[in-house]
Design a protein around this ligand. Structure first.
Ligand SMILES: Nc1ncnc2c1ncn2[C@@H]1O[C@H](COP(=O)(O)OP(=O)(O)O)[C@@H](O)[C@H]1O
Ligand SMILES: [Mg+2]
Length: 366
């Protein structure tokens, strides 16, 4: 798995038997700066087709290397039965637009599964999002299906929260309540803050470590309220967003206000906290147990802000469930790959908006 933050490649080696999902080892392999910049350049649509094709194959190599490296001294490569490969999203437009006289929704994850299967000798499942789009869905989010498997409780309301580049929640009503789980992107996660920190530190720091910059700096309430009036936050779910909306351009807009960068970092962090809290207050039980994952859980200032904005909720991390918060999404795609070979449809129409449940993935044999 490699997410919108472009921080690196997450590998999870997982033992799946029946309904039991047991992570064996999880690791992140940071992207080299040049690779990150190349991916960023193609994600911003400012590119040559050759760059996309080359990156597609290069990423296949990097994924295969990461898998081989993660297995070293832990498990024999030959004993791995299956690879679930999400790939790197370089474009996602889940809501159809008018295009050449047609309504077209689209998504593009690169990283060639043929390279991965060839280098590892392991059957590889990839391209999880397309079939959901073909079925009228937005192709995202897909992790909610796995959230239901891992975290839905018989009697307690829960919310699974992921704070990656973008933040999203899966609302998990108690299993016996007859209510269905649903999910959506709440808005920005770390992406705006990361972009501001890069600028503030001249690229020396890629994120606000533990939230130390935001904690000390000043909030600009007027700016915050202005950002919170963005129509995205009022849209009814299902909804998805991405780098196009809450990425570099958004950060540049903040920089253009001329306010001190530290204060912008604090205000953008608060935007993340407030928009997540707003979504939970509006769409879930106030006394939900909130199970957090994604790199954002390491930002202790952000997590403290969430706790105080959601006084009735109990906020924990997936660690309590034996799941490394940095690897939850990687683990989720291992589970999705397993669902594919068991021929179980694995999209949640209440999360993606698809007309029906469909089998997700495409197979490249070993
Ligand atoms: N110690 C930390 N302090 C603050 N933020 C962190 C820390 N570690 C990771 N992060 C944040 O988490 C992000 C990566 O989160 P991740 O869940 O991998 O997102 P994605 O799925 O979009 O790749 C980093 O870009 C950074 O903003
Ligand atoms: Mg990541």
């Amino acid at each position: 798995m490699s997410g919108t933050s472009l921080d690196g490649i997450d590998v999870a080696i997982v033992d799946i038997t029946g309904k039991r999902v047991k992570p064996i080892i999880t690791r992140t392999f940071p992207y080299a700066k040049a690779a990150r910049e190349a991916i960023l350049s193609v994600s911003n649509c400012m590119t040559h087709t050759a760059t996309i094709a080359r990156l597609h194959f290069l990423l296949g190599e990097l994924y295969a290397e990461a898998i081989r490296e993660a297995c070293k001294r832990v498990i024999k490569l030959e004993s791995i039965g299956l690879i679930g490969m999400h790939g790197q999203t370089i474009f996602h437009e889940g809501t159809p637009i008018e295009y050449l006289g047609h309504k077209v929704a689209s998504t593009l994850q690169i990283g060639d599964p043929a390279i991965v299967a060839e280098r590892t000798g392991i059957r590889t499942i990839s391209n999880f999002r397309e079939r959901d789009i073909a079925a009228g869905g937005k192709g995202a989010p897909l992790v909610p299906y796995v959230d239901c498997l891992l975290f839905q409780h018989a009697r307690k309301p829960r919310v699974s929260l992921n704070i990656g580049g973008i933040a999203n929640i899966t609302v998990l009503p108690p299993k016996n309540s007859r209510k269905n789980a649903f999910a959506f992107d709440t808005g920005p996660g770390n992406m705006i803050v990361d972009a501001l920190v890069r600028k503030f530190t001249d690229g020396k720091q890629t994120c606000d470590l533990n939230g130390d910059i935001a904690r000390r700096a000043k909030l600009h309430n007027q700016l915050l309220e202005g950002m919170l009036s963005d129509p995205y936050f009022d849209l009814a779910p299902p909804k998805t967003t991405g780098r196009e909306q809450f990425g570099q351009d958004f950060a540049n807009g903040l920089v253009a206000t001329g306010l001190p960068l530290e204060d912008l970092i604090a205000t953008a962090t608060e935007l993340t906290a407030r928009s997540i809290a707003l979504a939970i207050t509006k769409h879930a039980s106030p006394d939900s147990e909130v199970i957090a994952a994604g790199g954002g859980v390491h930002n202790s200032h952000l997590m403290a802000r969430l706790s105080s904005l959601l006084p009735a909720a109990r906020i924990t991390a997936t660690t309590e469930f034996g799941i490394d918060p940095d690897a939850k999404e990687a683990i989720a795609f291992a589970v999705l790959a397993h669902e594919f070979i068991r021929r179980r449809p694995a999209n949640l129409p209440a999360a993606t908006g698809a007309r029906r449940s469909v089998l997700l993935g495409r197979e490249t044999p070993r």
